[in-house]
Write a protein that binds this ligand. Structure first.
Ligand SMILES: *Cc1c(COP(=O)(O)O)cnc(C)c1O
Length: 314
């Protein structure tokens, strides 16, 4: 992404604070200064209302990350950048097969990145994919992917030999991993049904408990369809969360939190981030926990999690 939009040292890219390091790394590697943007308290996506104050003449791109596969407010974001030369990008690691106003996530920015890491809905060990929605970037994307050569054109018979044409690296997925990934994608319906069933059971069956215990369940705006990537709870405070995690662990259930906001992480601070800069991310990061959600989760597994959560003395 960063290579394709030609960012350089001194440019700025707006990245969410509440996300994984990979969202920012691609740009940092090109010498870009990350500008951290806080999250909305409802969807935990970047808060688009903060964008006007963060945009400067050096802003080259805004990286949206659709947390839990629930879309960022893309129309509002596109409106804000409309008459400026700022590219909207998508980190769609969570959102494959999610939708925003009936449009698939990953088709809403000039470029979008997918992840097939083992923690995602469609894992192949390690791997990813770049979706190119801006046709003007397509030819160059093929070259960067193939070590800077026009090998793709050679394979298609468009040139007699391939040669070094641009900067690049080895971004192709190894064949064995691609085979594993294809197997997952062929089982898309089953994987998505199983995950969605677990997600919906958590959502429905935890509702009464959440209300009486001051716990917040995920918000999904009516114009968003999510792909059941993760299910999270926001507890009232950090110590309540620790008690819940410990209680689940004592019954053999692994529940984990995330993310350390990028602006307060050790490296984020070296890049200019500071505590207090993104109060919503910093608050949520202390209170959020994810419940088990995986591709072969069974009804019995879900029953155990529900039982354990609702009987935890908070
Ligand atoms: C998993 C993930 C990524 C990609 O991680 P890689 O390990 O680099 O594939 C990027 N952003 C977010 C928000 C993620 O959760």
């Amino acid at each position: 992404m960063a290579l394709l939009i030609n960012v350089a040292t001194g440019d700025e890219v707006i990245v969410p604070s509440y996300t994984f390091a990979s969202t920012a790394n691609a740009f940092i590697l090109r010498g870009v200064r990350p500008v951290f943007i806080d999250a909305r308290i409802d969807t935990l996506n970047l808060d688009e209302r903060l964008l006007p104050d963060l945009i400067t003449p050096r802003t080259r791109a805004i990286v949206t990350m659709h947390y839990a596969g629930v879309a960022c407010e893309m129309d509002a974001i596109h409106d804000i950048v409309a008459d400026r030369s700022i590219t909207v990008l998508e980190d769609n690691a969570h959102g494959l097969f999610g939708q925003y106003r009936g449009r698939p996530l990953g088709t809403l920015g000039a470029l979008a990145a997918l992840s097939f890491h083992e923690t995602k809905n469609f894992p192949c060990g390690e791997g990813g994919c770049l979706l190119v929605n801006d046709e003007q970037l397509l030819d160059r994307a093929e070259i960067l992917r193939e070590k800077g050569t026009d090998r793709s054109r050679f394979w298609r018979g468009e040139v007699n030999q391939y040669t070094w044409r641009d900067i690049g690296s080895s971004y192709v997925l190894a064949d064995p991993l691609a085979a594993i990934l294809l197997g997952q994608l062929e089982e898309r319906e089953l994987i998505q049904q199983t995950r969605m069933r677990a997600w919906k059971r958590y959502m429905q069956e935890l509702q009464p408990w959440a209300v009486t215990h001051g716990v917040t369940l995920p918000t999904v705006p009516p114009h968003c369809e999510h792909p059941a990537h993760l299910f999270y709870l926001c507890l009232s405070d950090a110590s309540t969360r620790s008690r819940l995690i410990a209680h689940l662990a004592s019954q053999g259930i692994l529940a984990v939190s995330h993310y350390v906001p990028l602006n307060t992480s050790p490296f984020g601070r070296r890049l200019g981030g500071r505590p207090g800069q993104c109060p919503v991310s910093e608050d949520i990061s202390k209170r959020l926990v994810r419940l088990p959600l995986y591709n072969d989760i069974s009804d019995d597994d879900i029953d155990s999690v529900l039982e354990s959560v609702t009987t935890c003395p908070l």
